[in-house]
Ligand binder design. Structure first.
Ligand code: XMP
Length: 553
């Protein structure tokens, strides 16, 4: 099972007596029709592990095109349409003994392509191919383990075991107790006699640990060996992607017209430049300026797209409308909803003025598209209502153009570089849709926004000057809803206090505060107070996420 399995868990581990789930695919829904394969493709069948996305990332780093699909959406028809060159079965929290335990379609094992099972993927493979899996009692294993070689050489393990043993990361309750016919053991750990198993003739491999996490230091090598033995050539490059994407956009749009909402962020910008390259002036961008942007940001976005790229751009300066609607609003959720609703209204107003528009471009990324496998079933809690234009395409009868929906964030950046977007632009920190509104707790006023813009600019300038910008996921100033007393020159001041925030993160889901030196913090506080009228006190926010969030609201 995946790392989410509780030790000796209370989950319904073994039905009495265990009903043997069939490995056939008859109960599974038909997969959606596949587009023509343009690269060698690898299929990852997801059984719900929290680290499945990491498998995809490791493979993409090897220039292998892969897609993650939940086990219950993959049947034999899907397999035939997808035509994978190899299949990976992910980990997951289930037990093969659960009633209706998740199973891959039988066709996976008759495709004639290499298959790699990881953790639950290993167990399911043994179960389907005639081996045996047992419940954990006393053998559950979580965390670091050391694997030593057993049996002969295996192409999957080229370059492994050079130091005699390899560190791996285990996370399982059940374990394989009898191998399926044709399989042999190639690596063992003290608690996992079947840590690495394979049937080399059929090119089936199954490991009990997670090679995709960084606690398995040579995990990437294992994936590299797997894709090499499967015959992948590393043809997934951004240059190739760019050409494919352009051809696809042209085919989809024909001589129609596309509208693209531009936020100034990396995703929508890369999407806009790519689409413009494909269809030129059949694209019109709409940049909604809600008056909650950073210092000079609107001018920069307009200059870059309209002047440098010659992309037809409507600059919808609606700051008065947004700030008016936010007057007197201090509740964070009301702020977010007010902005979200107005944004859609405004966007729609401008978009409906663009004659003949049939398509709406969106910078949707692959992590938004991957369907997750959930075993918890409970409703998830809304922490914050995120700002997007969901629902708009249906309302306006527009079709979606989403040229980034196969990409991870780092791949979007690589594509941006490929398209010639300036490095300083591509490396920009994320900026939230509701903008400065959620960095101004309490009521929003133009005075506060002005102070915040100038202070934020000084802070970011400091970070850049000290060469720290690229080490930080996101840094910004927030203006606090209070004034404090200070003394400047001979006089008393009674001015605003600011909070500075800087975090490191991989995906924004969790974050650590950035450990600036005291010298840096002191120098920055002094500069802000000297250069920005209206501020006389600066705090540094040392809260990680959780328990904090990145933004203050
Ligand atoms: P939180 O504050 O939830 O933020 O820890 C996580 C990441 O999401 C960004 N963020 C948003 N991005 N629309 C966006 O496009 C939003 O409404 C929104 N709210 C937060 C935030 O800046 C951080 O990178």
């Amino acid at each position: 099972g995946g790392p989410e399995r509780p030790v000796g868990g209370s989950a319904p581990r073994r039905a009495q007596p265990p009903p043997l789930p069939s490995c056939d695919s008859s109960r599974r829904a038909l997969g959606e029709a596949m587009t023509q394969p343009h690269h060698d493709r690898l299929l990852i069948i997801d059984f719900g592990s929290q680290v499945t996305q990491l498998i995809a990332r490791r493979l993409r780093e090897l220039r292998v095109y892969c897609e993650i699909h939940p086990y219950n959406k993959v049947d034999d028809a899907f397999l035939a349409a997808f035509a994978p060159k190899a299949v990976i079965l992910s980990g997951g929290p289930a037990s093969v003994y659960w009633e209706g335990a998740p199973m891959p379609p039988a066709g996976v094992f008759t495709l004639g392509v290499p298959v790699l099972g990881i953790c639950y993927g290993q167990q399911v493979m043994m179960h389907c191919l005639g081996g045996h899996v047992e419940g954990g009692h006393g053998t559950a294993e979580f965390g670091k383990a050391f694997v030593t070689p057993a049996g002969g050489a295996l192409p999957l393990l080229d370059g492994w075991f050079e130091a005699g043993t390899e560190q791996v990361w285990m996370s399982h309750g059940d374990h394989v107790s009898r191998l399926a016919p044709g399989f042999a053991v190639y690596g063992t750990s003290p608690n996992a006699p079947f840590a690495i198993t394979a049937d080399p003739a059929r090119r089936f491999f199954a490991v009990q640990f997670h090679p995709e996490v960084h606690h398995t230091p040579k995990g990437a090598k294992l994936y590299e060996n797997f894709v090499r033995l499967a015959g992948f050539t590393g043809d997934w490059t951004m240059g190739a992607y760019r050409e494919d994407a352009i051809a696809k956009i042209r085919a989809q749009v024909g001589d129609g017209h596309v509208i693209c909402g531009l936020s100034g962020g990396v995703d929508s910008s890369v999407a806009a430049v790519l689409i413009h390259e494909a269809i030129g002036d059949q694209l019109t961008c709409v940049f909604v300026d809600h008056g909650l942007l950073r210092l000079n940001e609107a001018e920069q976005v307009v200059a870059m797209f309209r002047d440098t790229y010659n992309i037809p751009l409507i600059h919808a300066d609606e700051s008065a409308l947004f700030l008016g609607a936010l007057e007197g609003v201090s509740d964070p959720e009301v702020k977010r909803k007010t902005i979200g609703k107005l944004f859609i209204d405004v966007f729609q107003k401008y978009a409906s003025g663009i004659e003949g528009a049939q398509f709406l471009a969106q910078g949707t990324l692959y992590p938004d598209v991957i369907e997750s496998v959930s075993f918890s079933g409970g409703p998830s809690v809304t922490i914050k209502s995120h700002h997007n234009v969901g629902g708009l395409p249906e309302k306006m009868g527009l079709k979606l153009v989403e040229p980034l929906r196969e990409l991870f964030k780092d791949e979007v950046r690589a594509l941006g570089r490929e398209l010639g977007l300036p490095a300083s632009f591509i490396g920009r920190h994320p900026f939230p849709g509701p903008g400065l509104a959620i960095r101004c707790p309490g009521e929003i006023t133009t005075e506060k926004l002005e102070i915040l813009r100038r202070a934020d600019a000084v802070y970011i300038d400091q970070i850049r000057k000290h060469g720290l910008y690229d080490e930080i996921w996101q840094a910004f100033a927030a203006i606090l809803p209070m004034r404090t007393v200070g003394v400047m020159g001979d006089g008393r001041t009674y001015d605003y206090a600011l909070a500075l925030r800087a975090v490191t993160s991989v995906d924004g889901m969790t974050a650590d505060y950035y450990p600036f030196t005291h010298d840096f913090l002191g120098e920055t506080a002094t500069r802000i107070i000297n250069e920005v009228k209206g501020v006389n006190r600066v705090f540094y926010d040392c809260t990680s996420k959780p328990p904090g969030t990145i933004e203050l609201e």
